[in-house]
Design a binder for this molecule. Sequence first.
Ligand code: HSE
Length: 398
Amino acid sequence: MIKAAIMGYGTVGSGVYEVIRTNQKEIDKKVGQELQIKYVLDLREFPGDPVMEVLTHDFEDIINDDEVRIVAEVMGGLHPAYEFTRRCLEAGKSVCTSNKELVAEHGAELIQIAKDHQVNYLFEASVGGGIPIIRPLNSSLTADVILEISGILNGTTNYMLTKMADEGLDYADVLKEAQAKGYAELHPEADVEGWDACRKIAILTSLASGNQVDFGQIYTEGITKITKEDFLYAKKMKCAIKLLASSKKVGDTYCAMVSPVLISRDNPLYMVNDVFNAVKVEGNMLGASMFYGSGAGKLPTASAVAGDMVDAARHLGKIITLFWSPEKLTLAPMEESSKRFFVRMKSAEAAKACFGDVELWDAGVQGEIGAVTPVMSEAEFAKKARDAQIISMIRVED
Ligand code: HSE
């Protein structure tokens, strides 16, 4: 029998407990012996919940129990998750997590500590919820040079943008709905300002490059400025507006960014709606491949954490190699990346005077016109836009 603990009995933690209890027989078969949850750590009480049998309020119970070989860290946030994770790894316990904040900030360091102690630090659930993407990048696609990773990595904002597109609703109304459904993070800024997607693309870029990517270097723009009117244009253009996180290989490094984009029907990400996530990976040999599924939510995320626990149980005493060194990767400046830009301006003349040969779109919004610029660099666009009266701008993903 292998004993395990779960730190945190919130949405994901209670999901992990449920997944393991529900699928206990199958899981035990796959592990080759029983995987038993000995402790669940949380400061709260849960009267009437079967978890009470294994609930502890004291982390020391877990750390001092040599029988516990695997710990799920599903507390979220940096502290005390970081300290608890370190101590577990140093005590010879493998840790499986959904905590993208912690993985993005300390991933390389925690992987190294795990290695030094012959245990594993696994984080499939930190990106794309239930979608397997970390494991494929780390094992199936290792013969490829990853040329591009782009995806819809935040379920909350995708749900909101889908609602705005389908129902013509305002941003503020859809945010309230997303919060009521329990999709949005504790502080909605993490979702709507793009920070959550930023950490996730930082993790994927670290795995693609093998070096630590500092998420603070990634240009990040959220969806807070997207309006109903933007969707009128999108509809006219037969495009969707999505919050895209992307990372493209440039020489020896990558150029990563997070921003809303207009994407056409030809792009497979066009039909990724609601709370679903998708990650498109392009390898130099593989070509394109897409991973799609439930990017957020209790059971999909918990399923990924529990899957890592099974993997950790199957590899007790053996290290699952992860290609992610602490050496920092300097990202390519996003100002040098090129694309088309959609702008809303007062008149066609103004758009032409500013950006030259533009493609014009009239969505029936009074006193303005939409225009798509020719391909230009971010720096060039910023220079031309400096003195122009632009109502709003959305990048175009070709
Ligand atoms: N708030 C996140 C999302 C949860 O909406 O995608 C999953 O990481």
